[in-house]
Design a protein around this ligand. Structure first.
Ligand code: ZN
Ligand code: ZN
Length: 378
């Protein structure tokens, strides 16, 4: 529901032919009158927002072009950002460009900060990922310094108020701007904004409040976990600066390739190669599955490419009692070297079955079509 395009030129009180300089001047003049510090009443604040939005649009050649074509770059369908005033993102940009940083988040920040997450890779075999495993894993992360318990001070010492900023964590300065004098502030460089200094740092961690350490944790890998999945161990990641709360530890699972099986989710695939005669006559095979030896019944007349499905012999599904299947793909090996006797027997067989080589066993189908395509009619 687009409103009619707003009159941005009218809001700023400039003509459609105004130069960028004139637009800037008009905005400065209005912003001086309507700035929330000067005029906190709601009506002025609304006008201030409208004026700032108009300036944002008209100071941007792309957006100004949209306006000149009768559109509204701050409305959906107008070729620009969807919401009025272009959201607080762009509004804030303009505001900050003119008035310096925003007014929120004042005061010293805590010395202790949230720690980062840590990531560890672990290599598991197929049967470990399939059925789950309990693993002891060596973890190398920042931990809370035992000497100072995270406060960063030598024994008996305490942090003191920062002399540079008086404990506020910020240094303020007054700058002249077109609005008059503007107070700006930045984090205090002496104390990194914390408002505190540590005159006697802990000898173990050098006031960091944390040290690196190796420890062993026990991880229960659930059955059915897959390549690339991550196990989250809450609060086992890096301890933050100043002994801040630890992030999380992620254990990323990598499954080492299996000699026989390839995995597709909870299904397993493998290939068995049969001699031509075994495929024709049928046979029994013993296949070593994840559950042990399994008899595989090859029916007489088994074809190359046939798939034998062993239901429930795949991988358990994660957090479920169901299991995938084991799919056995049959390959038929045609003999490549025949001695005279073997060749004679095969020819005899072919003859008995009316499968002489010159005719082939393909009736119509691909073989005949190939012959036609080559232009021969026999
Ligand atoms: Zn320490
Ligand atoms: Zn300071």
């Amino acid at each position: 529901m687009a409103d009619s395009p707003r009159d941005y030129y009218g809001v700023l009180g400039v003509s459609h032919e105004a130069t960028p300089e004139e637009i800037k001047r008009a905005y400065r003049k209005l912003a001086r009158e309507l700035h929330p510090d000067v005029n906190p009443d709601p009506v002025s604040q609304e006008r201030f927002k409208a004026v700032t939005a108009a300036y944002e649009v008209l100071s941007d050649p792309e957006k100004r072009r949209v306006v000149d074509l009768g559109g509204d770059p701050l409305q959906s369908g107008g070729g620009g950002a969807g919401n009025p005033f272009g959201g607080f993102g762009s509004f804030g940009d303009v505001f900050e460009a003119f008035f310096g940083g925003g007014g929120a988040n004042r005061g010293p920040r805590s010395r202790s900060r949230q720690g980062a997450d840590a990531l560890l890779r672990v290599e598991l075999t197929l049967s470990e990922t399939a059925f789950g495993v309990r693993r002891d894993i060596a973890v190398d992360t920042a931990v809370v310094c035992e000497t100072c318990h995270g406060n960063g001070c030598a024994a008996g010492a305490q942090p003191v108020t920062c002399a540079s900023c008086g404990g506020s964590g910020e240094i303020q300065s007054v700058q002249r701007s077109f609005l008059g004098q503007v107070m700006t502030s930045r984090p205090c460089p002496s104390c990194a904004g914390t408002g505190q200094q540590i005159p006697h740092p802990c000898p173990t961690c050098g006031a960091e409040g944390r040290v690196r350490a190796r420890r062993t944790i026990t991880v229960d890998v659930p059955a059915g976990i897959e390549e690339g999945m991550r196990i989250r161990l809450s609060g086992q990641g890096e301890v933050g600066p100043g002994g801040g709360p630890a992030g999380d530890l992620y254990i990323e699972v990598h499954e080492s390739p299996h000699d026989t099986f390839t995995r597709d989710g909870s299904d397993l695939h493998c290939t068995v190669a049969l001699p031509m005669t075994a495929a024709a006559l049928g046979t029994d095979l013993v296949l070593t599955t994840l559950d042990g030896e399994e008899k595989l019944d090859i029916r007489p007349g088994t074809q190359a490419g046939q798939v034998i499905t062993l239901r429930g012999k795949g991988v358990p599904r994660l957090r479920s009692s169901a299991r995938g299947d084991l799919l056995v793909h049959v390959e038929v090996r045609t003999p490549t070297k025949l001695d005279d006797e073997q060749e004679r027997l095969l020819r005899q067989l072919a003859e008995l079955r009316n499968e002489e080589v010159s005719v082939g066993s393909v009736r119509g189908g691909l073989f005949a079509r190939m012959r036609d395509a080559l232009g021969g009619n026999r």
